[in-house]
Design a binder for this molecule. Structure first.
Ligand code: ZN
Length: 317
C-alpha cells in the first residue's frame, strides 16, 4: 500500500535547467512542507530564439519572475498555461503577462468553495489558538487570477513546435488542469500527480472521487513521462499512478476499519492512522481523512450528524 516516492536534491534557484530538448525548468525559492523544494516553472519550446509556452509561472516572487524573463530573453512567449490557482502556481502569471504580453490559459478562477473552506480552516485555527497560516498550506488561493482563455477538457493548445492537450483533472482543486505535451509524450501533471508526495485533497472543493476518477483516466494514456510542478520527473508514470490509486483505496479501508468499534472524530482517526509521521503533517492529513469520509459518505458507507462540522462523530452506515 505504501507509495514509493521519488525525491531530488534541492536545485539551484533561479537557474535554467535544460531537462529535455524542448523543456527547461526554473525553480522558485518557495520551499515548504507543501511545495517540497519549491515551484518548478517549465518553459516549453526551443532553448533560444522562436516561441515558447510557460507552464505554471509560479508564486508572486520578483526574483523568480526576473529569472523567468531572463530565461526567455529574445524569445516570444505565446502561452501562459496555468494548472490551477493555488498561490504557488498562478500568481506570477500577472507579472509575466505584463512583461511579455502572453495571454493566460486556465480552467477558471479560484473556486468559491475553496475560498469558503479556507476561511473555515482559518477560523478553526484561531479558535484552537494557532497561527492561521498553520491551518492550510495552500493558503487562500489566487483570487486575482482570471484566465484570458477558458480551457475545456480535451482542448488542443498549440504554438510553433509544441502541442498540448488539456485534461481537466479536478480532485486536488476543482479547476485543476494537466497538459499533455505531445512532441515529448510528457504530461505536465501540476499537483494532480507528484513524485515526492501524495496530493492533498482539501474537501469539499477538493474531491476524492474526482481525484480517483482522474487518476484512473491516466492509466490508459500514452505519456511516458510526467513533470509535476513540485519534485522530479516521474519515469514510470502508469505504475506510479496505479500505486497512488491502491494507496487511497487502502486508506479508505483503514478508515472503515477504524470506525468498526464505534463513532469517531476526524482527529481521533488521524492521530491513529498517522502516528508515524511528523505532527506538523496532522492538519493536512486531517484534510485527507475528511476527503475520504466525504467520498465514503457519497457511496453511503459512512454517516455523520453534521459532515460540515470538523468535530462531528463519523460512523459506519
Ligand atoms: Zn495546489
Amino acid at each position: 500500500m505504501a507509495v514509493k516516492h521519488v525525491g531530488e536534491d534541492a536545485p539551484a534557484y533561479g537557474v535554467i535547467e535544460q531537462v529535455s530538448p524542448l523543456v527547461r525548468r526554473v525553480m522558485a525559492q518557495n520551499p515548504s512542507v507543501f511545495t517540497y523544494h519549491g515551484t518548478g516553472t517549465f518553459i516549453v519550446g526551443p532553448p533560444s530564439g522562436g516561441s515558447v509556452a510557460i507552464v505554471d509561472p509560479g508564486p508572486d516572487d520578483d526574483e523568480h519572475v526576473a529569472a523567468l524573463l531572463a530565461a526567455v530573453k529574445g524569445q516570444t512567449v505565446s502561452h501562459l498555461l496555468i494548472t490551477h490557482t493555488h498561490p504557488d502556481h498562478s500568481p506570477a502569471a500577472a507579472a509575466v503577462k505584463k512583461a511579455t504580453g502572453a495571454p493566460t490559459w486556465g480552467y477558471g478562477p479560484h473556486p468559491q468553495a475553496a475560498i469558503d473552506a479556507h476561511q473555515k480552516r482559518v477560523a478553526r485555527a484561531i479558535a484552537d489558538g494557532e497561527k492561521p497560516e498553520a491551518s492550510d498550506g495552500e493558503g487562500a488561493g489566487d483570487q486575482d487570477f482570471v484566465p484570458d482563455h477558458l480551457v475545456t477538457d480535451g482542448q488542443i493548445i498549440a504554438g510553433p513546435g509544441y502541442t498540448f492537450e488539456a485534461l481537466h483533472t479536478p480532485g486536488h482543486i476543482s479547476n485543476h488542469l494537466c497538459f499533455a505535451f505531445q512532441e515529448e509524450a510528457t504530461l505536465f501533471s501540476g499537483d494532480h500527480v507528484m513524485g515526492w508526495s501524495t496530493t492533498v485533497i482539501p474537501a469539499p472543493d477538493g474531491d476524492l472521487n474526482d481525484y480517483l476518477a482522474n487518476l484512473r483516466r491516466l492509466l490508459t494514456r500514452s505519456e511516458t513521462l510526467y513533470r509535476p510542478t513540485h519534485g522530479p520527473a516521474i519515469t514510470e508514470p502508469v505504475n506510479y499512478v496505479a500505486d497512488l490509486i491502491a494507496h487511497r483505496e487502502g486508506r479508505s479501508e483503514q478508515i472503515l476499519a477504524g470506525l468498526a468499534d464505534g463513532p469517531r472524530t476526524i482527529m481521533s482517526l488521524v492521530v491513529e492512522m498517522y502516528a508515524h509521521v511528523d505532527e506538523k503533517l496532522h492538519k493536512p492529513a486531517a484534510a485527507s481523512v475528511y476527503a475520504h469520509l466525504l467520498a465514503l459518505k457519497k457511496t453511503s458507507q459512512v454517516t455523520a450528524d453534521d459532515p460540515t462540522d470538523f468535530e462531528t462523530h463519523w460512523s459506519l452506515n
